[in-house]
Ligand binder design. Structure first.
Ligand code: HEC
Ligand code: HEC
Length: 289
């Protein structure tokens, strides 16, 4: 292979490689390609010197700059936490929750924090948008069992309802049938009375028979006019909004078996500032009073 062969068409030397009569020309690499090649070689050597590059057995070469993206992220997170802690402190320092609602910056922070806390802690029972389910109240409407002011909402979240918290409220809808407080006939008549209160079709004879029973058994909580009582969590029976359902079957079930929905207490599980953020968030969901 020592003697060089020159291709007669192009005048370029061949490499001596040949496949089925096709010969490889020994063209030099294009200059631009060579420049790029050498520049990248030099660049990578520089890179090895300055930046973390080569893996070793116990670690990696750190480079003169000792750059670490992981540390940068840690520092950024710390800075963010510090900024948040500032906002969090302001939530507690605010003179009232109304003041938080009137401060656009704080409100924005409370809504963001409240929204994410709601998703983590409350959405399982109340729905992702607070729309509620049977037995779990809708938090978007302006119908409240326990009251929709900021303070009332905060109290509900803090001590819960029928929860294990020592200061929780425990009034409940008794099981008039199951516990033998009223005979079955009275209960079916009361179903008509409740349907009358809520403006649905009802049997007038049954409802008038139930009127005195309602007056003795039910008004203490639901009121003479059926409008309910928020201090006891007794629902308004005259609106068309039902916690457990307004059809005959559901009303009968409610009076026969009783109802005692449990809203857990969050004091101790969430911090004061988290409860404040949640109260502002729930209040803003639409139905705040
Ligand atoms: C385990 C289910 C459950 C979880 C979790 C839960 N709740 Fe409740 N919540 C209830 C039930 C049930 C009621 C209704 C209690 C009743 O029947 O009186 C309620 C009632 C409420 C009320 C009162 C509504 C009214 O009409 O007065 C508010 C406000 C509330 N919840 C907010 C929250 C917030 C905020 C969270 C998250 C921190 C949360 N809930 C988590 C079950 C739950
Ligand atoms: C000690 C207070 C108390 C008395 C007395 C009482 N209730 Fe209730 N009632 C409640 C409470 C509290 C609830 C809501 C239970 C819950 O949130 O889980 C309720 C719920 C109801 C509901 C369900 C409403 C809905 O939105 O689904 C109906 C219907 C009802 N009561 C009818 C009656 C009738 C009829 C009587 C009389 C026989 C009566 N209640 C007596 C406290 C009372």
């Amino acid at each position: 292979m020592s003697e060089k062969e020159v291709d007669e068409h192009s005048g370029v030397e061949t490499t001596g490689h040949e496949w089925d009569g096709i010969k490889e020309l020994n063209n030099p690499l294009p200059r631009w390609w060579l420049i790029v090649f050498w520049v990248s070689v030099i660049w990578s050597i520089g890179y090895w010197i300055f930046m973390p590059a080569w893996p070793g057995i116990t670690g990696y070469t750190k480079g003169i700059r000792n750059h670490s993206e992981r540390e940068n992220v840690a520092v950024a997170i710390e800075a963010l936490d510090a900024a948040r802690a500032d906002d969090t402190r302001r939530l507690i320092a605010a003179p009232s929750m109304e003041a938080i609602e009137n401060d656009p910056d704080l409100l924005q922070f409370a809504m963001a924090a409240g929204g994410s806390l709601f998703g983590d802690n409350c959405a399982t029972c109340h729905g992702a948008g607070g729309q509620g389910f049977k037995g779990y109240p809708n938090l978007n409407d302006d119908v409240w069992l326990w009251g929709g002011s900021l303070e009332e909402i905060k109290d509900t979240i803090t001590v819960g309802r029928r929860s294990e918290h020592p200061e929780t409220t425990n009034t409940l809808m008794m099981a008039y049938g199951r516990d033998g407080l009223l005979p079955r006939d009275d209960i079916t008549a009361l179903v008509d009375y409740v349907r009358m209160l809520s403006g649905q079709d009802y049997d007038a004879e049954a409802a008038s028979r139930a009127a005195p029973i309602y007056a003795t058994q039910c008004i203490a909580c639901h009121g003479a006019n059926g409008r309910g009582d928020k201090t006891q969590g007794a629902p308004d029976l005259t609106d068309a909004i039902w916690l457990y359902g307004g059809d005959r079957r559901s009303i009968y079930d409610t009076i026969w078996n009783g109802r005692a929905g449990v809203m857990p207490a969050w004091e101790g599980r969430l911090s004061e500032e988290e409860i404040i953020a949640l109260s502002v968030y729930v209040h803003a969901l639409g139905g705040g009073e």
